[in-house]
Design a protein around this ligand. Sequence first.
Ligand SMILES: [Fe+2]
Length: 284
Amino acid sequence: MTLISQDIETTRLSPYLGAEVTGMDLTDSSPENIAVINELLLEHGVLFFRDSMLDVEEHEALARGFGEPSVFPLSRLMMKPGAEIPFMGEIIDTSDDPPNADGWHTDVTWIPEPPKIALLQAVDVPESGGDTLWADLYTAYESLSQPMQDFFDGLVVNHQVSPVIINAARRRGGAELADLLLEKFPPVQHPLIRTHPETGRKALFIAGEFMICIEGMHEDESQMWLSWLKDYINNPNFHVRWSWTQGDLAIWDERRTNHRALSNHYPSYRHMRRCTVDGDRPYC
Ligand SMILES: [Fe+2]
């Protein structure tokens, strides 16, 4: 346990990734408080705060401390003129609307400037199940042998909106909305090895089903390496796992992590509220 100030303490949850923080006032989005959270975030990658139920306004204010809150591209396409901007994503799993985030990814890598930070509030959680896992992309990179690091360095991956999101668009707005989503968001190129803009450390920038091919490779070569990368991130040595209690809040750095939400609570009800913050173009 590390004492940051008179009141703030952190406890590491794994050697590389994740820490529980106590004594932090999350309704304080002053630059001084945000600077403390950001410093902890850069060190630990994911921060967990128990018993921290923020309302929508407090949640957005905290996100705004880190930059401009993002609007999920599909929500933006569906916005009616003059409507309130939907910064919050309500993730509600029910027996009729099953969970669909059970695969490793980093959020919205299929746009040129993906979000840099996410803030997830547990509003209502099942009795058991529905944990979230994060994987450390620094450790994933550093665990590669030197020849593999050299090989991956400089490779460029095409990212595109996944079938799960295209289907969501189809459910909400028919084939027209699904087609519009694909038209507005063609594949985008990102480096396979990225440099974190604040720490200067390198991370293996992978994003599960959003990765469609490696630039310049033959299809079979590309699929082989993407498959290898999707499997590589399953190594538990890279992971931290959180079992949610109502009122928990997690903040994570999207630039150095993948995450996945388990779906084993289905068909139980689970309600999470998420906000992300706009990021910059990833670079090698
Ligand atoms: Fe996600």
